[in-house]
Design a binder for this molecule. Structure first.
Ligand code: FMN
Length: 445
């Protein structure tokens, strides 16, 4: 018996997200990312397909490692232009009732007080449908944009993030009592001052503040994280309720999942990245893949992978092994093609692996084939669901909803209606952080 599969659409407020070059496909609409109706239509589509959420990625810098400059990324629309993801959420929430919103925000560059207020505002406006993908950033260009000479070192960024989380937990969980707001016209008190208190920052975060927002349905948003290095997994196990992993092999992902589950004291859902090209039959899907492939961009994929590993692939010959130098960038991406790879990776092999403009190989087939593949991931790698990357938009989601969702429902592994309540309630059965979670300790003041 396979557990119920969770589904997020993986997206970004940009043209090229994961599969690069597909914006050139004549039917692709991703160039409309700056139109509100593009996002409200997308939200309605996802809710029609009973998706659990839309997960919005974000970075704060340009990809300028390939060839030592940003030209390749700019030419190929590799996550540039890139607009703010948070501002899309109220619009999408206004046309949906159940869809969750996971939004990526970094702990490295913004004071926790300001961030916590924006998140609480979103949690209130969405009636508790918001999640936070906690990232620490991996780009030197982002560090420079924020006035630093270089990035905070990899493991230290996670130390900062621990303090950041402990600080925002205090704002979200401890600053206001549940019954602080009276809104009593007769008594004439809006809020009881005895039930709102100042809280202090933790570690490197100097703060002495009252949270400015009244309690929201979830208080702390659902916490997502996607670090797969040793330090990243330690951080994820401490804070994350949902973890995103990327991986090509099921045994490798299964090992990461087992490690995370063993370290985590609270309930945990694991999502794995997936790209699906589905047709009515296997052969129709293969034809579609062939058609899509013509538009994939090797240069765009290299620009992305260079930035997320810190390795300038323009400097490597085609058959040089990929070097495993220490990086302040994304360590798990480097490990995947060096120390933790089953065989030697070269630039040539890397380029050959860019089927649709990224390293994520698509699952290709008719509904039964795709459902078999997704179920195999759940059974063999012990994941709970998928973070579906987009290909040609919005066609890829329309196809998935028309063909794959009914097949998964037929097999009893996908819901046929939404559950009620906030996002955490839908995912875990309770709206607030559970008492075993580190953030719940902040409630004791
Ligand atoms: C599926 C997935 C989505 C991610 N999304 C983002 C993102 O939107 N923004 C970001 O800065 N980092 C993102 N990351 C990077 C992670 O947050 C993290 O920085 C990265 O995995 C490196 O951490 P590690 O060195 O601990 O593995 C993502 C990673 C994965 C696997």
């Amino acid at each position: 018996m396979t557990k119920e599969i969770l589904l997020n659409a993986f997206d970004m407020n940009t043209v090229g997200h994961i599969q690069h070059g597909l914006w050139r496909h004549p039917r692709d609409q991703s160039h409309r990312y700056a139109e509100l109706s593009y996002w409200t239509d997308l939200a309605k589509t996802l809710e029609r397909g009973l998706f659990d959420g839309i997960f919005l990625a974000d970075v704060l810098g340009v990809y300028d490692v390939l060839g030592g400059g940003p030209e390749a990324a700019i030419r190929n629309a590799v996550q540039i232009p890139l607009a703010d993801p948070m501002l899309l959420i109220p619009a999408m929430a206004s046309v949906t009732e159940h869809l969750g919103f996971g939004v990526t925000c970094t702990t490295t560059y913004e004071p926790p007080f300001l961030f916590a207020r924006r998140m609480s505002t979103l949690d209130a406006l969405t009636k508790g449908r918001v999640g936070w993908n906690i990232v620490t950033g991996y780009l030197d260009s982002a560090a420079r944009a924020m006035g630093l000479a270089t990035q905070v070192p990899h493991d230290e960024r996670y130390d900062w993030a621990d303090d950041y989380l402990d600080t925002v937990y205090r704002l979200w969980e401890a600053s206001w009592d549940d019954d602080a707001v009276l809104a009593d016209r007769n008594v004439g008190f809006y809020t009881d001052p005895a039930k709102v208190r100042r809280v202090q920052g933790v570690g490197r975060y100097m703060m002495d503040a009252m949270h400015l927002c009244a309690p929201t349905p979830q208080r702390t948003p659902v916490l997502y994280q996607a670090g797969a290095s040793t330090r990243g997994r330690q951080f994820a196990a401490t804070h994350a309720e949902c973890v995103f992993l990327n991986g090509t092999s099921k045994p490798q992902v299964a090992a990461l999942v087992a490690d995370l589950r063993a370290q985590t004291l609270h309930p945990l859902k694991v999502f794995v990245g997936a790209t699906v090209v589905v047709g009515r039959t296997d052969s129709e899907a293969v034809e579609k893949l062939t058609e899509y492939r013509q538009f994939a961009s090797v240069e765009g994929a290299l620009a992305h992978f260079s930035a997320s590993t810190g390795i300038d692939f323009a400097k490597l010959d085609m058959d040089d092994p990929i070097p495993s130098a220490p990086t302040q960038s994304n360590q798990s991406n480097v490990e995947a093609v060096t120390t933790k790879a089953a065989s030697v990776w070269t630039k040539r092999k890397l380029i050959d692996s860019f089927i649709l403009g990224s390293r994520q190989a698509p699952i290709v087939g008719g509904p039964e084939t795709v459902a078999d593949a997704l179920i195999a991931w759940v059974q063999e790698a012990d994941v709970d669901g998928f973070n579906l990357s987009r290909t040609v938009m919005p066609e890829c989601l329309d196809d998935f909803i028309a063909l794959v969702v009914p097949e998964l429902q037929k097999r009893g592994v996908f819901k046929t209606a939404y559950r009620d309540g906030p996002l955490r309630q839908k995912l875990f059965g309770h709206p607030r952080l559970p008492s075993a979670h580190r953030g719940a300790a902040a409630r004791i003041v």
